[in-house]
Design a protein around this ligand. Structure first.
Ligand code: NAP
Length: 237
């Protein structure tokens, strides 16, 4: 599928690896200028070089999404560089692996601060830049099927994703008044570093490209259509 995103600006958090990286490259391939962030500078540099290979403008900023001031700095730089945001993909995420009775306070807070508070900050900053633009724009938070289905070893992850889904539903109510479409994307298992060590292996999982293709499809819809939530299942599971 090809979508003409020439002249559009896309922001992707947690883009150094996995799903975020694939979405950034897919949007760049379709003509969007991309602004990407994460904590690993080397990986971000490589990504920006690859994105520029598609003839678009790209830049990175090292950001820990848990830190509001770092995200604010990133969004300020995007405004200076591109003057606008058309597409925002809050995607940065992590997951602790421990039973509810055993998870440490530290791991709990890392999941909540990254997956819920980090997503809240990115979405809020994007919304407030998009609103005065008065043009069709999009926020597609990458949440997870774990927002609606709990797993024994992922208590803080499931809680953070359920919170992210609830927040995103509120966000959508405000955003739609300004022509901004908010779609929660809930993938099932995707073969990335995130799933390394999964005792069931990774052969049966979605690929990051399946999520990136979904983002592209959402962007291909007519201006009459807005999708609230989309669950991408592992076929047959
Ligand atoms: N893989 C799955 O099965 C699956 C399924 C459903 C949903 N998801 C969601 O999809 C998103 C991407 O996951 P993935 O599978 O691509 O995982 P991944 O390969 O582990 O990538 C995670 C990305 O998030 C970034 N990140 C983590 N903590 C961050 C922080 N504090 N500040 C900034 N960036 C941070 C990482 O970059 P740095 O380490 O460089 O900061 C990396 O780029 C996550 O929200 C995840 O919950 C994944």
């Amino acid at each position: 599928m090809k979508v003409d995103l020439k002249g559009k600006t896309a922001v992707i958090t947690g883009a150094s690896r996995g799903i975020g990286r694939e979405i950034a490259l897919t949007l760049a391939k379709n003509g969007a200028n991309v602004a990407v962030c994460a904590r690993n500078e080397e990986l971000l540099k490589t990504l920006v070089n690859e994105a520029e290979g598609f003839g678009v403008e790209a830049f990175y900023h090292v950001v820990d999404v848990r830190k509001r001031e770092q995200q604010e700095e990133f969004f300020e730089l995007i405004k200076e560089r591109f003057g606008r945001i058309d597409i925002c993909i809050p995607n940065a995420g992590r997951a602790a692996l421990a039973k509810p009775g055993e998870i440490t306070q530290e791991d709990w807070e890392l999941d909540i601060d990254t997956n819920l508070t980090g997503l809240f900050i990115s979405s809020q900053l994007a919304l407030n830049i998009m609103k005065p633009q008065k043009e069709e724009s999009y926020i597609f938070p990458i949440i997870s099927k774990a927002a609606t289905k709990s797993f024994l070893l992922r208590p803080s992850y499931c809680a953070s994703k359920a919170g992210a889904l609830a927040f995103t539903r509120s966000l959508s109510l405000e955003a739609k008044e300004s022509g901004i479409t908010v779609t929660s994307i809930l993938p099932a298992s995707v073969a990335t570093d995130f799933q390394k060590g999964n005792p069931a292996g990774m052969d049966w999982m979605l690929l990051p490209s399946d999520v990136a293709d979904t983002v592209l499809w959402l962007l291909s819809l007519s201006s009459r259509a807005a999708v609230d939530e989309i669950v991408i299942q592992n076929r047959g599971r």
